[in-house]
Design a protein around this ligand. Structure first.
Ligand code: NAD
Length: 392
């Protein structure tokens, strides 16, 4: 158990992210024992049976049906928000005001105004906080960040980011309700812009730096869907696809594309960064490989190389298996828990925090404004890029 006493977790939400987070707290203790002590104290779902079953399956000591009860409890010191986007601000602000540490899923708020309230609340209370931009903890991407900081790419000129899916293409899919809340803008805030593109935006802010201005375009291909709660056909208010051009504060240029209408693609998150001395490229479907080109290599041997990021020299990998064996998606959450606790212990910023969440929300907002105005829009809250951050 680390000196700070570890985490006493109160988790809100028993869906996709509720599972990844619960697994991460358990595994972080086993694979990063020097940093991590995490007790799964209580899980909250509004449905009593779901809450009880989830607690039994994942090893939580107790369950609640109202998140407010988690915040009232003295045996909990971290509120972890893994529920839909419309719940983030209210829970995070209440948790911070009660002096709890707060971990929140992305996007931080549905709007920059919500995110700003959340930042103010955690900073006023002085509580540790993080937002689950977990892709920073893919070892290959942590390594890419290191290589950029070491100057291996030199001055950056271009970058490009994509996140492609195809799961909402059927016109029969409803909007709203338990499984399809992402298709209701009241709950989600926006469509793919705040959902998929937010991951690309966070990666861009982290790897390249602050975005100054954007020119965006969104489309809603299916304009009416049945609403799962009202049972009526209603206008669809989310964006199904979102593309934008960006100019960074450093003068470099980027393109971004996210959609749920790219037939055949399930979670194709790809990125590429081109600098003066070299380039890197990465693909979530092959997440343990980093492509690297160095113009400094001897001319005749120059070419793209594939680095299999599985050696003990690589970020995080020493904690896992033997060189050559791979890890996957769930490990990114494990790494984030370990890094969060390392930050709590040292007082350093080791994970994306609420300010980073606000920075991403501000770019999302500029993209949506630009799509409406059909003009270039400036990013209102252009925040400094976060440092390396990682135990790796
Ligand atoms: N970091 C990532 O890669 C990633 C991936 C998926 C989702 N997310 C984010 O995680 C959050 C949750 O998404 P998900 O895919 O797990 O959704 P989900 O629909 O699978 O699960 C949401 C859970 O929240 C519960 N819930 C809803 N309102 C609640 C309330 N008021 N009190 C208690 N529980 C409540 C639901 O019952 C459900 O168990 C969203 O903000 C989403 O954007 C992030």
């Amino acid at each position: 158990m680390p000196a700070h006493g570890g985490l006493k977790v109160g988790l809100v939400g028993t869906g996709f992210m509720g599972r990844t987070h619960s697994n991460a707290y358990r595994q972080a203790q086993r694979f990063f024992p020097e940093e991590t002590g995490a007790e799964l104290v209580a899980v909250c779902s509004r449905d009593e049976t779901k809450a009880r079953d989830f607690a039994a399956q994942w090893g939580f000591r107790s369950h609640e049906t109202d998140w407010r009860r988690l915040i009232e409890r003295d045996d909990i010191n971290l509120i972890d928000i893994a529920s839909p986007n419309d719940t983030h601000a209210e829970i995070a602000v209440a948790a911070a005001e009660a002096g709890k540490m707060v971990a929140c899923e992305k996007p931080l708020g549905r709007t920059p105004a919500e995110a700003r309230r959340m930042v103010e609340a955690v900073e006023r209370a002085g509580v540790a906080n993080m937002v689950w931009y977990n892709y920073r903890r893919v070892p290959a991407l942590t390594m890419a960040k290191r290589m950029i900081e070491e100057g291996r790419l030199g001055r950056i000129f271009h970058s490009r980011f994509k996140f492609l899916q195809d799961w909402t293409m059927s016109a029969d899919l409803p909007q709203g309700g338990a499984g399809t809340w992402r298709l209701d803008a009241d709950i989600a805030g926006s469509g793919v812009t705040g959902d998929l593109l937010a991951h690309c935006i966070d990666a861009a802010l982290w790897l390249v730096g602050p975005v100054a201005e954007v020119s965006g375009m969104t489309e809603t291909f299916i304009r009416e869907r049945m609403h799962a709660l009202s049972g009526k056909r209603e206008a669809v208010t989310i964006d199904d696809a979102s593309l934008f051009l960006a100019r960074f504060a450093d003068g470099s240029l980027a393109t971004f594309e996210a959609t749920r209408f790219a037939r055949g693609h399930k979670a194709l998150f790809t990125l590429e960064v081109n600098g003066e001395h070299g380039s890197i490229a990465w693909d979530l479907h092959d997440l343990h490989r980093l492509q690297f080109f160095s113009h400094k290599d001897e001319g005749a041997l120059r070419g793209w190389r594939t680095i299999h990021v599985s050696d003990s020299d690589h970020p995080y990998m020493k904690a896992w298996w033997v060189p050559g064996l791979q890890i996957g998606y769930e490990h990114t959450f494990v790494h984030q828990v370990a890094d969060f606790l390392a930050g709590v212990r040292t007082g350093e910023k080791r994970v994306p925090d609420f300010r980073d969440g606000l920075a991403a929300d501000a770019v999302v907002d500029a993209v949506l404004r630009s799509a409406r105005s059909r003009r270039w829009e400036t990013v209102e809250e252009m925040l400094a890029p976060a440092g390396l951050q990682g135990v790796g």
